[in-house]
Design a protein around this ligand. Structure first.
Ligand SMILES: *Cc1c(COP(=O)(O)O)cnc(C)c1O
Length: 393
């Protein structure tokens, strides 16, 4: 089946259990799919844009209301939509960082946080993770003191991931934010793996910015995301334009330079809005997701010499496995080498494991049913046994 010549219809999540770490939370809801088809045209949400002409003021469809709802849901004061979490990082970085400024992030930070700092010509200062791959408030304090000693001043901003992309470990953002605030460092909460997955309360965490990724964790099309902040910091990041043309003397009203005026103007925004009621509901049931994850993790651990590198018990469905002693040993002599593993999974209806990976790899069980979790656990055991490994039941 084709959409057009050269473009095949994509049927991945329809035909298989998809455990791709970055795709599980972004799968569209049925409502988002419908909304996306209706609003596929270019500037489709702009039909009823009236003065003062800015995306977040549009009432039909209810975009203004959506902005208020998201702010309330995250317990923050102001929200804008952004084309991906990374564009949220960029807006905040550009507002606070000047050339040569030290900026705090962590040894588990995502590359987009580094690039946001680079774009603003800041210096990346990583809080190291401990032996258990956890970023602690104590390590943050030590790092800040170190930076102060070296550069004569505290970092100007801190990027802290609540759940990191490498291990899916959960870090004490609340404790780290408290430490940062003792040095007057504003804290950006990176919720790429949490906003839309589990409840997030910005004021309770004591953070100054909450950033979420629509396409990673809010069942939304790419590129989409949200940037939320407090009234205090909204005045800075969401400041309005002050520029004037020297010939025409034009001004541009309430457009915000960090947002380049308007942000998500069609499919992306409508997709987020259509999924939002479902997302609000699903975050209340994260315990079920963890239960499914436990079933899958137990299935993997039943395979001899298999390890889980993420913290245990799991606090998130994104999980890092080490199968060097098990599935990778098979790869040494298998005629398909490492590719046997992903191809055996594919044959059994499981997709999303990097082809060829048998050593250290990640998976995300988010969104599957308990029946699928049981099936996946059994499937790992079956593949093990078919290849001469033992798997206890
Ligand atoms: C995926 C991810 C991002 C980037 O999110 P986008 O919405 O694609 O920009 C940033 N940080 C972390 C921790 C991530 O996992």
């Amino acid at each position: 089946m084709r959409c057009a010549s050269g473009i095949e219809a994509r049927q991945v999540d329809e035909l298989a259990i998809n455990i791709d770490p970055i795709q599980a939370g972004g799968r569209l809801t049925g409502d988002a799919m419908k909304a996306v088809i209706a609003y596929g045209d270019g500037y489709s949400v702009c039909d009823n844009c009236r003065k003062p002409n800015r995306l977040d003021y549009i009432n039909k469809p209810p975009i203004a209301e959506f902005h208020k709802d998201v702010a309330g849901w995250l317990n923050m004061d102001a929200v804008r939509t952004v084309p991906g979490a990374r564009r949220g990082f960029q807006a905040v970085a550009h507002t606070f960082i000047r050339k040569g400024d030290p900026v705090l992030l962590t040894s588990l930070s995502h590359y987009t946080e580094f690039l946001a700092i680079e774009g603003a010509e800041g210096i990346a200062c990583e809080i190291p993770a401990d032996d258990h791959h956890i970023i602690t408030p104590d390590a943050a304090a030590v790092k800040i003191e170190e930076v102060k000693k070296q550069s004569g001043r505290a970092p100007v901003l801190a990027f802290i991931d609540h759940v990191d992309y490498q291990y899916g470990n959960m870090h004490d953002v609340k404790g780290i934010a408290k430490v940062c605030h003792q040095y007057d460092i504003p804290v950006l909460y990176n919720g790429a793996y949490t906003v839309g997955i589990m409840p997030v309360n910005g004021k309770d965490l004591g953070v100054d910015f909450v950033i979420g990724s629509g396409h990673k964790s809010m069942a939304s099309p790419a590129p989409s995301g949200i940037l939320a902040t407090t009234t205090e910091y909204a005045a800075e990041v969401f400041r309005t334009t002050a520029i004037t043309g020297d010939v025409t003397h034009r001004k541009f009203g309430i457009k915000e330079p960090e947002m380049m005026g308007c942000t998500l103007m069609g499919v992306t925004l409508i997709g987020m809005m259509a999924s939002f009621p479902h997302v609000k509901e699903r975050v209340k049931h994260f315990d079920r997701e963890l239960e499914n994850n436990r079933i899958v993790v137990d299935g993997l651990l039943a395979v001899e010499r298999t390890k889980i590198l993420s913290e245990m018990p799991r606090k998130h469905t994104l999980t890092r496995a080490d199968t060097i002693g098990s599935f990778d040993r098979v790869a040494e002599t298998h005629k398909k080498r490492g590719f046997y593993f992903s191809s055996a999974l594919e044959e059994k209806g499981v997709t999303g494991v990097i082809p060829g990976a048998t050593k250290v790899w990640k998976f995300n069980t988010y969104g599957m049913t308990q029946k699928q979790a049981r099936y996946l656990a059994d499937t790992f055991g079956e593949i093990a046994q078919e290849n001469g490994l033992t798997a206890s039941k």
